[in-house]
Every structure is written in C-alpha cells, then in structure tokens.
Design a protein around this ligand. Structure first.
Ligand code: IDP
Length: 142
C-alpha cells in the first residue's frame, strides 16, 4: 500500500450530533493523519458541483438540500492506503448495511443522513481534494 491522500467530509447530521471529535479519533487511531481541515456551510452551488457525478440520480436534489442544511467539516486524510482505509472506517452507504463499529453504523441515521463522505478512488480523491483545498492549505508532517 502506498501513501495516499483522500477527501473526507463530516456531514451536517454528524456535526449536529456533536461527534466531530469522535470521528477524528477514529481517523487518528487508524493511522490516518489530518493534513488539512476546515468547517464550512456549503452553498447550493458548492454542493451541486461537488456531487456533479450524481446529477441524474433521483436523490440528487435531496442530497444537495441535506448537504447545505448545516455546517460540515472537510478534511484531507493522509496515510498508507488512505482511500480504502477511510472507506472501511466509514462503512456501507446505507447505515443499516454498515458493519458494526463503522462510523456510519455508529453515527448515521439513514441513507440520506449518513454522517460522512469519503473519496472512492484515487481519481475522485484528487478531484475532491482540489475542489476544497489549495496546495498551500495542505500541511503534511515533516
Ligand atoms: P458513498 O457516499 O458511500 O460513496 P454514493 O453512492 O457516492 O455513496 O452516494 C453519495 C451520497 O448520496 C451517499 O453518501 C448518500 O448520502 C446519498 N445517496 C446515495 N444513494 C442514495 C439513495 O438511494 N437514496 C438517498 N440518498 C442516497
């Protein structure tokens, strides 16, 4: 496994539940390093652009409405095999199908409000990181 970066978002439901710290602890315990982070309240335009690949899906409008419903925390995670490792920590998209002990099993309440986002491939990670962060905002450890 090579050193990778992935884009993670703590979604409005998890921010509202006050579990940002608990989710960060899971990243850190799994040897993922937070190398960039910001809290933001996404505009409609930002959410639509981020999820552009889902534009034709029936849930697109609900997804955009949910992602703009409150603040989110966006971070870049770095580590060995970070993309897959973060997907494993997150669990399945539908929390009812997520394995016990995953972030979604523990903190998500529905397929719409499912606590976290994580890039699903190297190409997505590259696009999604650049969507939210400039190079100068990423702070790798020396
Ligand atoms: P992922 O977040 O696990 O990668 P994707 O298939 O990329 O899942 O879908 C993006 C987001 O769209 C999901 O996290 C979820 O919030 C929402 N979503 C996906 N499928 C459905 C659905 O069937 N109904 C409602 N929302 C959905």
């Amino acid at each position: 496994m090579s050193n990778e970066r992935t884009l993670s978002i703590i979604k409005p439901d998890a921010v509202a539940k006050n579990v940002i710290g608990e989710i960060y602890t899971r990243f850190e315990k799994a040897d993922l390093t937070i190398v960039a982070a910001k809290m933001m309240h996404l505009t409609q335009e930002q959410a639509e652009g981020f999820y552009a690949e889902h534009k034709e899906r029936p849930f697109f409008n609900d997804l955009v409405a949910f992602m703009t419903s409150g603040p989110v925390v966006v971070q870049v995670l770095e580590g060995n095999g970070a993309i897959l490792k973060n997907r494993d920590l997150m669990g399945a998209t539908n929390p009812k199908e997520a394995e016990a002990g995953t972030i979604r099993a523990d903190f998500a309440s529905s397929i719409d409000a499912n606590a976290v986002h994580g890039s699903d491939s190297a190409a997505s990670a590259e696009r999604e990181i650049a969507y939210f962060f400039n190079d100068s905002e990423i702070c790798p450890r020396g």
